[in-house]
Design a protein around this ligand. Structure first.
Ligand code: 26Q
Length: 802
């Protein structure tokens, strides 16, 4: 039905009548979107079935990527592109007077994630299928994804997100594959001929219903599965209060937690975690059982990867299945489990390390708690043998201590692989945060620097740049992104550089129009688009960016001889609804934007725009239109970052600290093609360890700092009622934990260099080209191939199957 335009339009009109029960004349854009979605799903379904059959027939090892978040975004264009039918569809629709881009607007972003970790999971799904690797996702089908952000009077307001309002065409509900997940109740031990057996009694049971999404690889027949679980009531609940049971059950998959750092310790969050893990493992084991007589070789055929500690209960859950349901010994079960589970850490921030109070954990998951307890006791025994008498160390490393279950400790002890997400991050884990564990299990630790799918973040989002690259070096890079390196041949080709310039300008114009339409603010596409888009966090230091803008404004107002290249500062950021300080920063950005954008005396030099509701689909419009990529976290705090890679791939230059993957970006592009400033991770960690930083000294000794910090509270920007006193206090009273004032001068200097470089257009274009050319390493295809080779031990099934 997609082999040519005519075939497509014919089938489309036929399907439209069948699925919508309307004539073409009566039909709406939504009908068209829906019809197209159904056609694509149908087209994919035979390869989907074939992929699954061949995995089964070949008994290929399968990897399941367990993640509490999958930040997918829109799927229509992505699927069309991967299937290679985007042109046929676009042209066919045109014949019918329909614009494909209008239909794309009908689709809601699937925003089942907060930020980096969730988007990484989505990129990994794409790379797994594209590389023909047998890897699938397991997640939760939240009824409401990440909240929708509105800015009202400069403040963030959150609205519930409604992606399922019109249904989701890509999913297939599989009611027959539902499994039960038990909570609460009690455990009874029975003596069966001298062997203790355990039964979970009087549990409240929740039914987990899978919704499967096909994950289509690029130019391949492989279609993997992303299975999202939805919580429903079982037909025969034991709970007498039916209404309460219904509410409690449905709440499990109702909302995504909108926080990407704080360990809130909410019982619902733990329920979500066990729900995901238990449903996934039950369904994996059930299908495994159809192929294998016992689970004794489970680890040879199944890998379970946990995306941070959120799904760490996979460890005790697998132990439970092996022991309670399969009758295995503890030793056999432990051998299988610790050869099945692998774990990625995404943060070293103390407030993000998950800990659960025993008083919450134990009653909710009584059998799982017993198993965690046993794991802990055996681990402490081993430590005692290795470090006899070292009580202190054992207390530090224990999985349960001071009535808390430490999820990261469980993850390290119960897995065979622990990886960080950028070289420096892994080093910090090994040498500092997890050093005691590294001493005991050095062989488990490894690095896997993050990556992004160049199919969404370059080919889909920046078609003009994609065409230019294809004209220059052919299309080999599409399947082997390291070939982007060949773009370096055009370093001296002024015609090529000129085209690169024009494309960036076109993309900037499109974004400028969008900004005008959404906010009424007019921005000049000839100005430098200087962009910071990411979650709002103190450690990411949006504040440093803001203080610099205030400084520039002051210079422009006070010194008529001050020269600067015109700039447009763009921000996009959601703050967790309960994160008071982060919300203040949003208000601050909007407050200074208001004053600056309305000051005619600087309007040819300076504009500040806060883009509402930053999300995947908006990101796809921003990266191609960016000149400067702000990656200015306090060194040592950003595990990797992935936005930095998306900017780079679209030819933006990084202005950043030596943190996370910025360091590897610098190594790939070379020192001349990046702007680095600020303290190193080493220096930051030494300050934390030994002290020696006094922020007020910087306030007193630098009058640029004094001026902008004073302006936070003196009403200069028109703010009322000490609105920004908490920010002021964080800098002076609380000694500026994130070294904003310490790095201020160095940042201003680096920003000046950025302006100077941009003014030399030829130089800038060469730098931009160098960034694109060296971005191939940051494709998630490279990352996933490393996971496949070094951690999962799986290989491409291309040619092996079907
Ligand atoms: C934990 C407990 C309770 C509630 C929420 C959470 C929670 C939820 C999400 C904790 C953390 C997250 C997400 C973290 C995250 O996105 N980390 C980012 O991961 C990226 C991919 O590896 C890195 O590039 C970023 O540096 C890292 O910040």
């Amino acid at each position: 039905m997609f082999s040519n335009k005519e075939m497509f339009t014919e089938t489309f009109l036929q399907r439209l009548e069948m699925t919508c029960g309307k004539s073409f004349q009566e039909s709406t854009k939504r009908d068209h979107y829906h019809t197209l979605g159904i056609m694509i799903r149908e087209y994919v379904s035979s390869n989907w079935i074939k992929t699954n059959e061949s995995y089964r027939a070949e008994k290929e090892k399968q990897v399941y990527y367990l993640s509490i978040e999958f930040l997918l975004g829109k799927l229509l264009r992505h699927n069309l592109l991967n299937l290679g039918i985007d042109d046929v569809v676009e042209e066919g629709l045109k014949e019918l007077g329909i614009e494909l881009s209008d239909l794309e607007e009908m689709e809601a972003d699937a925003a089942l994630g907060n930020g980096g970790l969730g988007r990484l999971a989505a990129c990994f799904m794409d790379s797994l299928a594209t590389l023909d690797l047998p890897g699938h996702g397991c997640g939760i089908r939240y009824k409401h994804g990440l909240f929708e952000q509105k800015i009202v009077d400069g403040y963030q307001v959150e609205l519930p997100e409604q992606w399922l309002r019109h249904g989701h065409v890509w999913e297939v509900r599989k009611a027959d594959l539902a499994v039960d997940v038990p909570f609460w109740g009690r455990v009874e031990a029975i003596n069966n001929n001298g062997k203790l057996e355990f039964r979970h009694l009087e549990a409240e049971t929740v039914m987990a219903v899978p919704y499967d999404l096909p994950v289509v690889g690029y130019q391949t027949d492989t279609v993997n599965t992303l299975r999202l679980w939805s919580a429903e009531t079982t037909p025969y609940p034991i709970n007498r209060d039916i209404m309460k049971y219904k509410r409690d059950t449905e709440l499990i998959s109702e909302f995504l937690y909108p926080d990407d750092t704080h360990d809130e310790g909410k019982i619902l969050r733990l329920k979500q975690q066990y729900f995901l893990v238990s449903a996934s493992i039950r369904s994996i084991v059930r299908s495994y059982r159809k192929q294998h007589a016992s689970l004794i070789d489970f680890h040879k055929y199944v890998g379970l990867h946990i995306n941070d500690t959120h799904p760490v209960l996979a460890i005790p859950e697998l132990m439970r299945v092996l022991i309670d349901e399969e009758g295995m010994s503890w030793e056999d079960a432990w051998h299988i489990t610790t050869n099945t589970i692998s774990y990625t850490n995404h943060t070293t921030l103390a407030e993000a390390l998950e800990k659960w109070p025993v008083r919450i954990f134990q009653p909710l998951l009584p059998r799982i708690f017993m198993i965690v307890n046993e794991i802990n006791e055996r681990f402490c025994q081993d430590l005692w043998t290795q470090y006899p008498g070292d009580w202190r160390k054992i207390e530090d490393m224990a999985i349960i201590a001071h009535d808390q279950v430490k999820m990261a400790h469980l993850a390290i002890v119960g897995s065979y692989s622990v990886n960080g997400v950028a070289a420096i991050h892994t080093e910090i884990l090994k040498q500092r945060e997890m050093n005691q564990f590294y001493q005991v299990f050095p062989e488990k630790f490894n690095n896997k620097t993050n990556g992004i799918t160049h199919r969404r973040w370059l080919i889909k989002s920046n078609p003009k740049l994609t065409s230019l690259i294809n004209e220059g070096i052919g299309t080999k890079w599409v399947n082997h992104p390291e070939h982007l390196k060949e773009l370096q041949f055009f370093q001296q080709d002024s015609a090529f550089l000129e085209q690169l310039y024009e494309i960036k300008q076109d993309n900037k114009k499109s974004l400028a129009e969008k900004i005008k339409a959404k906010t009424g603010i007019v921005v000049d596409p000839l100005s430098i688009f200087d962009v910071q888009v990411k979650r709002l966090h103190a450690y990411k230091r949006q504040l440093l960016n803001v203080l610099h803008i205030m400084y520039l404004y002051n210079r422009l107002k006070e010194d008529s001889s001050f020269q600067m290249y015109p700039r447009t500062f763009l921000f996009g950021a959601k703050a967790s609804p309960g994160y008071y300080y982060a919300k203040k920063i949003i208000k601050l950005i909007n407050t200074i934007a208001e004053k600056i954008n309305n000051d005619k005396t600087v309007s040819d030099k300076l504009k500040v725009v806060f883009l509402e509701n930053y999300r995947v689909s908006l990101a796809e419009e921003i990266f191609p239109a960016s000149d400067v990529s702000e990656q200015i976290s306090t060194a040592s705090k950003e595990a990797s970052g992935t936005g930095n890679m998306k900017f780079m791939m679209n030819g933006a230059l990084t202005l950043g600290t030596l943190d996370g993957a910025n360091i590897e970006i610098k190594e790939h592009v070379g020192d001349d093609n990046i702007f680095i400033f600020g303290l190193t991770a080493e220096e930051v960690m030494n300050y934390y360890q030994y002290g020696g930083y006094t922020s007020v000294d910087y306030y007193h000794h630098d009058k640029r700092i004094r001026q902008v910090v004073d302006q936070l509270t003196n009403g200069y920007f028109g703010d009322l009622d000490n609105e920004f006193e908490p920010i002021h206090d964080s800098l002076l009273m609380e000694n500026d934990q994130y070294f904003v004032l310490r790095d201020f001068s160095s940042y201003i200097e680096a920003q000046r260099e950025v302006g100077k470089a941009y003014a030399d257009q030829n130089r800038w274009l060469k730098m931009s080209l160098a960034n694109i050319a060296n971005s191939g390493f940051f494709s998630s295809d490279r990352t996933i191939q490393q996971y496949a080779d070094d951690i999962w031990n799986i290989s491409s099934v291309k040619g092996k199957v079907r």
